[in-house]
Design a binder for this molecule. Sequence first.
Ligand code: NZQ
Ligand code: ZN
Length: 389
Amino acid sequence: MLNFHYSIPTEIFFGKNQIEVLGTEIKKYGSKVLLTYGGGSIKKTGLYDKIVQILKDQNIEFRELGGIDPNPRIDSVREGIQICKDSGIDFILAVGGGSTIDCSKAIAAGYFYDGDPWDLVIGKATIKKALPLGTVLTIAATGSEMDSAAVITNPETNQKLVFGHPAMAPEFSILDPTYTFTVPAKQTAAGVVDIMSHTFESYFTRTKGAYLPDRLAEAILKTCINYGQLAVTEPENYEARANLMWASSLAINGLLGYGKDAIWSVHPIEHELSAYYDITHGIGLAILTPPWMEYVLDDERVDKFVEYGVNVWDIDQNQDKYAIAHEAIDKTKQYFASLGMPLTLKEVGIGEDNLEKMAKAAVDHNNGTVGNFKPLSYEDVLNIYKKAL
Ligand code: NZQ
Ligand code: ZN
């Protein structure tokens, strides 16, 4: 186990009716709010009306930025910053999923930067501080509600990049699993795959002796496997939605990575897919994860796959290591298929056209090598895309 500094500052209010704390929580940080949301699901579900009522009842002034797209665009960030500057906003309330929350984090950081906020995303300028932000989560997936990262897309340059700063972590997040009852099956499934992928990124490392983080990771994977299908087939199953919602936050808030040397592999490869083709992040991960696993499986890494197969999939350990590893990968693939996820690039309309460009971008955006479980070169990334066709 490696040294670490534990710091997970976001307060979580978890469970039914926790929205009751919203007014009191906002008033700790500000008095003029920018309310951000996506394409309108919160209006359909009635959550928008509920939140607006709370803000009015508590005499909290607010402005709005709606219409934030999945895979949020830098243009929405620019628009949000302008509203904040014009209206003297001192707090941002993001109501939605990872896209709305990420866009809001970028607005919060961009507010204190005089240039174009894209400079912050590409690392041309450094983030010094951010407006305080709170979230009301409506989909279990990215964990953005409890981490300090954001992923923003620039369609003009075909770039979808991760950036972050401790100041971008939400001050608080309200996690009411009933708000996720209306998430469509496809998005529910994509969210489950995303949670599993975040867990894999911290689990599949070469750090030795990180027994506790690895068991925590396995518990999250088992939770996803246990409840994923249930949430798809019974969208109003509270137990399933609640377990997945908490798994979403725990998979990426830092907990699983503490004590481990984890440089992520599949996420950087997926981000190029959504940058070029605007596909749903979790779907891209479902397509790429099994080929990545097969590609990196070798003598140096096989024991980790055995650990995964035996502890997560309950595969009989009294057999050849590679047989266990292949069965574990196969079970992962079958599980994604059982959730209704596509498993090939062709199924989502992606052919060979941009594979080379995407592979080059993936390594360029990651200082020449992707991941460190097995460090991946340009050729490796290209081979993984080809295996996923
Ligand atoms: O936009 P609305 O109308 O709200 O509809 C959304 C959207 O169409 C819908 N939805 C959300 N909650 C709903 C609902 N529909 C009905 N009922 C509800 N309760 O679901 C669709 C997807 O929403 P989105 O916010 O895009 O999903 P997600 O949370 O998966 O976020 C994806 C984005 O987060 C990034 C991804 O790359 C992608 O851009 N990520 C952010 C991370 C982070 N900040 O740490 C890490 C992740 O690995 C990921 O890269
Ligand atoms: Zn993800």
